[in-house]
Each structure stands twice: as C-alpha cells, then as structure tokens.
Design a protein around this ligand. Structure first.
Ligand code: ZN
Length: 454
C-alpha cells in the first residue's frame, strides 16, 4: 500500500473554463505564487469542462432532447444545459482546447469534469430515483431545492457514461477526471433517503449480495418501532445515543438503516470502479475520482469513504462551506431541513427540542451551534471549527492509501481561509481543492504562506 509520503502533492483549482481560457496568464501566476499543480475546469453553461460530445456519443445520448423540455427545465430558454450525466452535444469546445494548451505550457495538470446522478431527475423523470415501492418521489422529492437524482442503476445511462469517458480520453489531452454528482441527492433532502427502489436498483443490489426484500422488511420494522415511540422519548434517546446508527438500531429492524445506506453506497462504488477501469483501459496513468460529501454525512448520501479509496485515486470535496456540498455546513443544512420536517409533523415540538439531538447524532454536539432555525439562517456559524471537525473525520474514515485533497473555498475573510488551510495541513493531507479569485492578492498571500508547508 502506498504511504501518504509517496502521494503526489496537489493544489487543484476548481475554475471556470471560459474565464481562465480568456486569461491564461493566471495559470502561470498561480503556479508561481501559490504552487498550483492542477486545474479542474467547469463551464457554467454545459456543466462539464466544456467538452464537445462526439457524433457517436451524441447519437446514443439519453439527454439530447433537453432543449425540448423547457417545461421541466426553464433555463433551456437561455441555452443553459441541465445538470445530467455524461456529455451532451452542441457545446463549443474551443475555450477548453485553448485552456488545455495554456495549462500544458505552464506545466499544470488538467482534470476533466462532468456529472453523474444527483441531479437531472426533474428534467428526465423516466430516469429519476423512485421510492422504495418503485413509484415517483413525487412533489416532495422533485420540488426540493436539493435536486432530484437520476437512478444510479440504469444500464443505458451507465454503459453510455463508460463510452463517454473512453471517448473523452481519446479526444482530449487531460491527465484525469474529477467527476461531479457521483452521489444521491444531499441527505438534507429527506425524500431522497429512501430511494431508489426501482427494479434496476433491486437487480444491482442483489448482484452485490444484498437481499433487497429483507432490507425493506427491516426498514418497515424500524419505521413501526419509531412510530410507536412518543416524541419526547425519541428525542431524549437521540440526544443520548453514541451516533445515528446506534439510535436507529434501538427501534427494531436490527441494523436495517445502516445496511440500507451501505447498500446504496456499494451500488455507486461499483459503478465508479467500472468508470475508472474504462479510463485506465484507454490510458493507464490517468487518475479518476470525484468530490465527496462531508465525511459526517457521506454514507447517508451514498458515499462510503473506505470503498471510495478502493475505486478512485483520491478523495476530495466540492467546497469547504456553503452551497449544496459545503463540508462545514453539511450538518447544519441537514439539521435545518430535518427540524422543519419534524416540527411540522409532531405537535408541541420546537427547534430547541430537535436541533440539539440532531447535532448529537452526527457527532458535533460539542460545537456551539444555533438551536433555532432562524439562528442557523442568520449565519455566524463556527465555520472554521466545523471544517476542522469534518477534516478530522476524513482522517478517521480513510486509511491514507489514496491522497486526500479537502476542499477550501478561499474567498471572503482571510482569517477564515488561513484556518481552513491550517486544518488541511495539520491533518496531514496531501493537498486541497481550491475555489479562489485570482485577483484577490490578500487571499493568495494566505494560500502561499499556509499551503507552502505541503
Ligand atoms: Zn433505481
């Protein structure tokens, strides 16, 4: 097993294809100023690095008719592609080709980027996640701000994604891939937690050794055990449990919940292994991976860190805080939505009864987090402490056999950015995935001072 000291050090910039293609001098400056090694470009118009799908790929593409689905995807009117899996035709790859040239001249690696499953179900309901009975997630699932996922077990999509990857390796001079949306929708979306129960997921789950019917029976037993308990004792038990799994196993169904989430994660990991194999078949030196949900919630979103180490070449994330995948705000986002659902359904229960127990179940009861939803919405969260805690979980959940590049959103307050950088260095990680504004000299100074130690 390679030791962490053998792993490549990387500072990866999650950048915008068009704007960096217009300002290629930025690459040389960031290389010299902060030690940038790699870019992962994404176009905000097509949600890939800006690839053009080949005619053969487009001919078999499941998502080619998106322009005719304006009723489900209003942004089609502005020419903005829906976030779906693989590569969709019609995009001009001129900016990407020019960016790759500039990166080559600067000696900087390029990682290609495209999406997989966690969005697109609202535009393509025929491929969307279903509930445990195989029915549409319905209004609750599809109206969620967190997105509606595609089912991860549709062979038509996954086999075509394999071909997309192989075609991209042949057509573009990239050094690897960092795919996006390699997950179920965020666990903050409660409707998506009990998905997918379609025939394809049952088949793939069975192929991995899971007994789907037994899992459903266990989940039903758990559900009736929880329904029989009163709200006060549920919340008291939650506040005292060692973790979410211990709490849930106390209501019958054995370890049904844990088994269910492990089975979902195994489905995604199996596909990721196939995708990496496809890439390596074309070019053995190429690296393959994806961003991950924050360690504390990843298994609920379909990502098992230790399995991910088996099927990808590095562990990283999308952002350090904010947005859908921000590590430091994952539990607080989830807690706000879960508290709303619980308070709406259980008479006499308020935020202050619910939020503390939710934090305890996820292991961050020791942090000073707001105990009301307005408090969560007002901001002022201890972002540095939350991020440091998530990075410590990353170290616990991973073995170090692949490099770890946690996400650092390097905008805003330089003091916060300094603490985020220190958390990564002090945890012994091998680099970071950076979001940054190359015109912000104060932030570049912080990055240079703090990440130079890598
Ligand atoms: Zn499915």
């Amino acid at each position: 097993m390679p030791s962490p000291s053998d792993h490549p050090r990387r500072l990866i910039w999650f950048c915008n294809t068009e704007s960096v293609a217009d300002h290629p001098e930025t690459l040389v400056r960031l290389r010299d100023d902060i030690g940038l090694t790699t870019i992962m470009p994404e176009s905000h118009v097509c949600h890939t690095s800006g690839f053009a799908a080949s005619p053969e790929i487009a001919a078999r593409g499941p998502f080619e008719d998106w322009r005719e689905r304006e009723d489900k995807w209003p942004k089609a009117a502005q020419g903005i592609y829906p976030p779906v899996a693989g590569t969709v035709s019609g995009y001009d790859d001129g900016p990407l080709l020019s960016l790759i040239d500039s990166a080559r001249q600067a000696g900087i690696e390029v990682w290609g980027h495209f999406g997989l499953w966690s969005y697109g179900g609202e535009v393509y309901p025929e491929f969307a996640l279903t509930d445990l009975q195989g029915n549409s997630l319905g209004r609750e699932g599809s109206q969620s701000a967190w997105g509606t996922g595609l089912c991860p077990s549709r062979r038509r999509i996954n086999e075509w994604v394999v071909d997309c990857l192989r075609a991209l390796v042949r057509r573009y001079d990239v050094d690897g891939f960092c795919v996006d949306h390699a997950r179920y929708p965020p666990p903050a979306n409660p409707a998506s937690l009990l998905a997918c129960g379609c025939a394809d997921c049952r088949r793939e789950s069975g192929a991995l050794g899971y007994d789907f019917e037994a899992m459903l029976e266990g989940l039903a037993e758990l559900r009736s055990g929880m329904a029989a308990a009163d709200a006060v004792s549920l919340l008291t038990t939650a506040g005292e449990a060692a973790n979410l799994w211990e709490f849930l196993s106390g209501f019958g169904g054995g370890d049904a919940a844990r088994l269910w989430f492990e089975s979902r994660a195994a489905l995604l990991a199996a596909r990721m292994g196939e995708f990496r194999e496809a890439v390596r078949t074309e070019a053995p030196s190429m690296v393959f991976g994806s961003d991950l949900f924050a360690p504390s919630i990843a298994l609920l979103g379909g990502q098992n860190y230790s399995e991910w180490e088996d099927v990808t070449d590095y562990l990283t994330g999308g952002s350090s805080h904010g947005g859908v995948v921000g590590w430091g705000t994952s539990v607080t986002n989830l807690a706000a939505v879960w508290a709303e659902v619980i308070c709406d359904r259980v008479p006499g229960v308020g935020d202050e009864d619910v939020l503390g127990p939710i934090y305890a179940l996820f292991g961050c009861g020791h942090l000073q987090l707001p105990l009301t939803r307005p408090g969560l919405e007002q901001g002022g969260l201890p972002l540095a402490e939350l991020f440091e805690w998530e990075v410590s979980q990353l170290v616990k959940l991973s073995s170090g056999r692949v490099p770890r590049y946690p996400p650092i959103s390097a905008g805003g307050n330089p003091k916060l950015v300094r603490r985020l950088c220190r958390a990564v260095v002090e945890a012994g990680c091998e680099g970071a995935m950076l979001s940054l504004d190359p015109a912000n000299g104060a932030i570049l100074n912080v990055l240079s001072e703090e990440l130079g130690a890598l």
